[in-house]
Design a protein around this ligand. Structure first.
Ligand SMILES: CC(C)(COP(=O)(O)OP(=O)(O)OC[C@H]1O[C@@H](n2cnc3c(N)ncnc32)[C@H](O)[C@@H]1OP(=O)(O)O)[C@@H](O)C(=O)NCCC(=O)NCCSC(=O)CCC(=O)O
Ligand SMILES: N[C@@H](CCO)C(=O)O
Length: 354
């Protein structure tokens, strides 16, 4: 929550010049204090559906302990779902119709599993663009994760993602590119973010279309960029919401696919993720898996618990800091009526007055 400049102390002006949000006493007195409503469009596959809920709910909840947040999960058609996930959605999720009726201040769109060469061939493409077209007019800011980022960059700017020669998979060091932007103001200038994707939209393509790149990695590419207006669409290519175990779960899935001969090569480790001791345990396990596959023998379980003990989470604090900046800015400019995106004096073409 922002500071109020309740005296003439020069420090207020100095902090403001450095990017800190400072309210004048008059602005503070007239601010309409209310809860924020954030939609979570969850399009992750069944096995990760509830983990994804927990991850984004946690980031929203943990980023700011003072404001109150209502998170509204919903989903769209065109995704393959089993009976359990369908029952969960039926029981706990809101419909898009309901979301549209009540309005949102902010919207998060999760990543998803890729199954086709081109995103417009995915069953969820049309429903996803419908949600986006509504959000563009009615929601203060939309934050997209990974595949949602690729889909909306294609939809809005006509740039197709590029298939990478090898999956970008691991935990990578990133640097803040534009320290003055309010989304990354006052946070660490170098921090980790996990990535897990077969595709990429490159920095040059983003910049060609006026997107502003805010956080990037030499090894992993762009993590964070915003739409040309500076705020209305926030693009994540990485997964700062991931738990410590998420990449391990994906690695285990790939090892099991190898054992079942669904892939020919033994999966590589996600980069910069397992320490030496974990790698020793996993190398031993790999010998067992290879022998079991070729000898037609039963597979022993991966020593997951021993590995989990050795995993560090080196990205969560920065993830919370970015979310806190994002939701703080949404709060400052969103209308008191949650169905309207902006207060009357906010310019939708430059909502942060940058
Ligand atoms: C890898 C799996 C299949 C693992 O799920 P499983 O059910 O097999 O796991 P399990 O070992 O049986 O363990 C089940 C327990 O782990 C939890 N669990 C499962 N997946 C988790 C995850 N990713 N992070 C944290 N916890 C997780 C479950 O909630 C459950 O917890 P409890 O027992 O406590 O309930 C799943 O996580 C998954 O589908 N992940 C991939 C998601 C994905 O497709 N991401 C792509 C986004 S990236 C993107 O957008 C792609 C774009 C591109 O490629 O270009
Ligand atoms: N943007 C509003 C808060 C949400 O009602 C204000 O600053 O008054």
């Amino acid at each position: 929550m922002p500071l109020v400049a309740h005296t003439a102390l020069p420090t207020f002006r100095r902090l403001q010049e450095e990017g800190e949000e400072i309210l004048t006493p008059d602005r503070a007195a007239h601010q309409s204090i209310r809860e924020l409503h954030i939609g979570l469009l969850n399009i992750m596959p069944d096995a990760a559906l509830e983990a994804t809920e927990r991850q984004f709910f946690r980031l929203v909840g943990a980023c700011n302990q003072i404001a109150q947040f209502h998170v509204h999960p919903f989903t769209i058609d065109g995704l393959e779902r089993g009976p359990e996930a369908l029952a969960h959605i039926e029981k706990y999720y809101e419909s898009f119709e309901q979301i549209k009726r009540d309005g949102l201040d902010a919207l998060i769109i999760s990543g998803a599993n890729v199954t086709h060469d081109h995103l417009q061939q995915e069953g969820f493409w049309q429903p996803l663009t419908e949600v986006f077209e509504w959000a563009k007019e009615n929601v203060t800011s939309v934050l997209c994760s990974c595949l949602a980022t690729h889909a909306l960059i294609q939809h809005c700017y006509g740039v197709e993602r590029t298939r990478l020669p090898a999956k970008r998979w691991g935990v990578y060091s990133h640097k803040v590119v534009d320290r003055s932007h309010p989304l990354v103001a006052e946070i660490n200038t170098r921090f980790d973010v996990p990535h897990s994707r077969f595709n990429e939209v490159f920095r040059s393509d983003m910049e060609k279309h006026g997107l502003k790149v805010l956080v990037a990695s030499d090894q992993a590419g762009v993590h964070l960029a915003v739409s040309p207006d500076g705020f209305r669409i926030v693009f994540f290519q990485g997964h700062p919401e991931y738990d410590d175990i998420s990449l391990l779960k994906e690695y285990k899935r790939e090892v099991l696919r190898y054992y079942r001969a669904e892939r020919d090569d033994y999966p590589p480790y996600p980069e910069h993720y397992f320490d030496e001791a974990a790698q020793r345990l996993l190398a031993e396990y790999a010998s067992h898996v290879q022998a079991a596959r070729h000898g037609g023998r039963q597979l022993k379980a991966m020593p997951e618990e021993q590995i989990v003990e050795r995993l560090d989470i080196t990205w969560r604090d920065s993830a919370k800091a970015v979310f806190n900046n994002w939701l703080g800015k949404v709060y400052q400019i969103t209308n008191e009526d949650r169905r309207l995106p902006f207060m009357d004096d906010v310019d939708p073409r430059n909502p942060l007055d940058l």
